[in-house]
Design a protein around this ligand. Structure first.
Ligand SMILES: N[C@H](CCC[C@H](N)C(=O)O)C(=O)O
Length: 280
């Protein structure tokens, strides 16, 4: 089966984007794993699938599959690429769209300068909303990881994040601790592990070991979760510049139930077709 795809990225967090409106293809987990494979397939951190929706007041449905084939609730860098994709592919003339995801509706807007602004919705903190096995929604909680205990802040942006503060992100044990946090038994649906260095009250450096993808060059929902965690800890004031290995995002949050606003770039690399192996 031949499928048409577009390769995109948000600050180096890269995607294979599939138009499931004009071609009848939504990947199985096995097909997603093959397409995401950087040696045997195309290669990406996540696959983004554009679908129609009949929900009133909503323009598209947006499905996200991690490189491990698992479908997840939200992707921030992907949301920025999504609005650029539907605009460039002529699927809409609107510059601001409302998009239905597994966890709710987001509103990305393509700005005149090429940046994309996304209302990512309000963060959630209750253990059951993460989900996280805990008797409290305290801002900072201890987590036993291996033979160490680390202080994490747990935030859902629709997808789960466990954020810790480190003195120097470059020296942070992301490769060692990331997988242990991602698969920690207290996170029944696993979790994205954020490592945040406070630069000043309006700036952080961030690395994220992503659920189902490993460390990425940038993580949009991770940047939202880290800023929310830092504000709740009294370490940051909105807006915050988030320096990731792939570049900079701007995140703003007014607190409590207000939405997290994310601004950053979205880049189209190329469009092509690929023949799916028959045995997938
Ligand atoms: N790995 C994430 C999904 C992609 C999120 C990230 N790429 C972003 O930009 O938000 C998860 O399993 O929840």
């Amino acid at each position: 089966m031949k499928i048409r795809f577009t390769k995109m990225h948000g600050l180096g967090n890269d995607f294979v984007v599939l138009d499931a409106i004009n071609q009848n293809f939504v990947p199985t987990p096995e097909q997603a794993r093959w397409l995401a494979d950087r040696h045997f397939g195309i290669g990406c951190d996540q696959l983004l699938v554009v679908e129609k929706t009949d929900t009133p007041g909503v323009d598209f449905r947006y499905r996200i599959f991690n490189a491990d084939g698992g479908e997840v609730e939200q992707c921030g860098n992907g949301a920025r690429c999504f609005v650029r994709f539907v605009h460039e592919q002529g699927l809409t003339q609107k510059r601001e769209i409302r998009v239905e995801t597994k966890c709710g509706i987001i509103a990305p807007r393509l700005e005149a300068d090429g940046q994309v602004n996304v209302d990512m919705g309000a963060p959630r903190f209750l253990p059951a909303e993460i989900p996280f096995d805990s008797a409290t929604d305290a801002v900072v909680q201890p987590l036993m990881v291996g033979d160490a205990t680390i202080d994490i802040s747990v935030v859902s942006m629709g997808n789960p994040h466990a954020v810790q503060v480190v003195a120097d992100v470059d020296a942070a044990p992301v490769a060692q601790l990331g997988p242990l946090i991602e698969a920690h038994p207290r996170f029944p649906r696993r979790v994205n592990a954020g490592f945040m260095q406070i630069v000043d009250r309006h700036a952080i450096r961030l690395r994220v070991y992503e659920r189902g993808a490993g460390e990425t060059l940038a993580c949009g929902t991770g940047a939202c979760a880290a800023v929310v965690a830092g504000i709740r800890r009294g370490l940051l004031d909105s807006p915050v510049r988030v320096a990731t290995r792939g570049g900079e995002l701007s995140i703003a949050w007014g607190g409590a139930n207000s939405p997290v606003m994310m601004t950053g770039p979205a880049t189209t690399v190329f469009t092509a077709e690929i023949e799916l192996p028959n045995n997938l």
